[in-house]
Design a protein around this ligand. Sequence first.
Ligand code: NAD
Length: 264
Amino acid sequence: MLMKGKKGVILGVANHRSIAWGIFESLRNQGADITLTYMNDRMKDGVEKLFKKFDINDVELLECDVTNQETIDSTFKALGEKHGEIDFVVHCLAFADKSELEGEFYNTSREGYAMAGEVSSFSLVAISKAAQPYLSESASIVSLTYLGSERICTNYNVMGVAKAGLECSTRYLANDLGPQGVRVNSISAGPVNTLAARGIAGFTKMLTIQEKISPLRRVNTIDEIGDAAMFLCSDLSRGITSEVIHVDCGFSNVGVGPMEAYNL
Ligand code: NAD
């Protein structure tokens, strides 16, 4: 039980396909006391259905829309009042309008750029600030990113820029919070078929490409991303901070993959 006695929050569960759900299960299996947040009533319904399905009745649900500072503040105030100290915060959310996730990047709209940046990147800064007064001495903050921040990934467009901001924020936050013992890391996950991912044009081809050319020749599952997040939340990773760890079956290290994968 690596997480026994540890209390924290996961932001971003929508349904059973969500990466946040995989993280929830991994942390719960290791004994963590978890609060989940949902964005709005529609998302709340989905999470409540999951609780019913899996007979879960001891997990608190709080509303947190990261575009609304009041709900961020109330979430962490409630957590602080309930637990005193928080040991982990998992940021597992992002948003860009579907229209921004296809075609030429130079067509990105001013509003679309701002929205993707606010929800997917700035929110990590905002929640870290709100969490800071309550973080325990060995607390861990983990977020989710994607290779589109480091490499050209066709159609990922403005979300790649937002994820680059998220990864850079991870390093600056790690530097700010390191002196109080708090670690901040990000997981760069391979493509997973979720609600958010389906907004990216040609997403299912991204799955096929990883399957064909990654060293492990398969796509990732949410439980293995969950286990990596659990590791980063646990004391096993106590010497790791400011890192972006790839959980992508090795895909990010491929230059030229197996020749038979290319129809040349
Ligand atoms: P998902 O659709 O299951 O989860 C996305 C969540 O973001 C949803 O719960 C949604 O309600 C939440 N959200 C959107 N706007 C919000 C707001 N304003 N306030 C609060 N919550 C908001 O999709 P997912 O793929 O599990 O996404 C989780 C994280 O993983 C994201 O950061 C995503 O970029 C990242 N990621 C996904 C993949 C992938 O291929 N699915 C790969 C790498 C990284």
